[in-house]
Design a binder for this molecule. Sequence first.
Ligand code: ADP
Ligand code: MG
Length: 701
Amino acid sequence: MSYNFFLTPIEYLKGVGPKRAEILRKELNIHTFQDLLQYYPYRYIDRSRFFKVNEINSDSAYIQLKGNISNIRIIGKGRGQRMTARFTDNTGNIELVWFQGIQWIQDKFKADKEYIVFGKPSLFNRRYNMPHPEIEEATNEDMAVHETLQPFYSTTEKLKSKGLGNKSIGKITKTLVLRAKGEIKETLSDNILHKLKLISREEALLNIHFPTNTSILSKAQARLKFEELFFIQLEMLRSKIDRNQKIKGHTFSKVGDYLNKFYKHKIPFDLTNAQKRVIKEIRADMGSGLQMNRLLQGDVGSGKTLVALMNMLITLDNGFQACLMAPTEVLANQHFKTVSKMLESLNININLLTGSTKTAQRKVIHSELQNGELQILIGTHALIEDTVQFKNLGLVVIDEQHRFGVVQRAKLWKKNIIPPHVLVMTATPIPRTLAMTFYGDLEFSVIDELPPGRKPVKTYHYYDSKRLKLFGFIRKQIEEGRQIYIVYPLIQESETLDLKDLQDGYDSITREFPLPKYAISVVHGKMKAADKDFEMQRFIKGETQIMISTTVIEVGIDVPNASVMVIENAERFGLSQLHQLRGRVGRGADQSYCILMTDYKLTAEGKTRMETMVRSNDGFEIAEVDLKLRGPGDITGTQQSGIVDLKIANLIKDEKILKFARDIANQILDEDPDLTKAENSRIKKHALQLSKNKANWGLIS
Ligand code: ADP
Ligand code: MG
């Protein structure tokens, strides 16, 4: 049985044994033969020839050189520390550089030995150097030119210390690949293989490790990438179909008094076309008899709250309750206040439930929820506690959903026998490829238009030396009646340090902007909820001109008169966070500004982030850059998914394959939703196998 073969524990592979198996498990999460077989090389090096130092030019890709290593030196201190060495062959020399792992490399090389060095030369100060090269002692065997493409496996210091460097991993993989021949079963249908001209799974797995030429390597990569993305898409689409078949939804067929009255008398402005379109999409969903699971994406300030509010009113019109969950108390408070105000005189019972709601009040809320008197509940995580029971919950709105985990969202489902409709909203734009993968089983709405009259926020990047200029600017804005945010980073590991930053900042700002002329609010995570709210309210009411805070104000906060966002130590924030923070201004009709303050010392990536912010106001563009800089694993909210833990496909580079995979998965499920046809039997079998191996991440909301 082939599956038994692949599930064999890795220690039984020749050359591994219990000790190495343990370290493979710990370091690389390789438990079985199958895991090792799918531990693909991250790079291949053309070993068909040795290059000479004097041949290196700006087009040089990954190359191999042969020669001696000398003059090993450690330069600099702290973060700027690096190690350099001189590499010499009979045509010249080039500098090798390491920025990490210095201790380990330091005493490795001997002056009289010959080494083979692999890497990609790069130009620095008009000279070529080679950062982080791979180095092997040149043995006689290496001198002969052998395999054309040599695989490189990533490894760790721990693995290396147990004799599992790149070469040894290659060796055990070779053993495995030879044994696996004849055992590797096809997972795709003949139809797909034929149509897309894909090579067989066996051929692909053999050649991904030990390709004989570049053409077969790209075929192997294409095949495995397709397979990987195809099965993810299939799972997504299947769980969507499954849910639609199994889970009935409440049918909201009516538009009644609440919505009509609000629309005729209370709505403070004309809806944008995008808002109208999205409301229609949501209404169609909620009237379909199926349960809605929709992701509403809209850039900061695009007016998602109003859309949510109108859908809550439709819910009430159909005799159901609605709730709105926000990730922070500050935001929940704000929502409670805006919603209550907008619905004033419509005679709707609305309440707020957060961690700091008093017990007596809590009891009232619980009982009113159960007897149905309470129609709209707004709050934080407190909403998902088991004690919160609704009489008839029809709609759950989750604001800034990237802040919530899968489990928390799933809990809200269970608050009614027939699950409520679910609308999750996010302003953190997700690149399309990620959305297709991460949210592939949700319906998708986008508000791609800002309310009229908004002027794009002007963004500047100042070094600390321009602080006086900054103060002057702030003073001028306050004189014009505007309000200012000054935000300090918050790093979870060290809240005390951050409070110190904030405290120092506060001291210098109060010196610059003293009472009685200026009043300042401070909000940070360590404050009691009531104090936070008090300070927020002072700022909202315009009693204070400056709001100094940590990122607790990052999401959702809406004070239209605030026109300047100063972000201190902006280099410590990720792009999506910077964009969110900037979204706190530019909400009124006045020209708004975002000022990014940084130190002179910026990493290349930090510079790119600042430049991107200065150049672009477009959340989607920013998200694309973010994805490129950080990779999908770091994009907010995706860590928990496990989906982005791809073995070979790359969500940035393989967008085309991804779309292909999704289309084909769609076609197949259209024709054969349960995969019962003979031609799809392999696909079905593999999909089942995969879902057994994984937690069911298909159901994410
Ligand atoms: P977000 O999508 O970031 O949650 P909000 O819902 O907080 O945005 O809305 C941002 C601001 O725009 C609010 O002050 C809101 O009252 C206002 N707004 C919403 N829709 C419109 C509209 N159609 N026309 C004008 N202003 C609007
Ligand atoms: Mg919002």
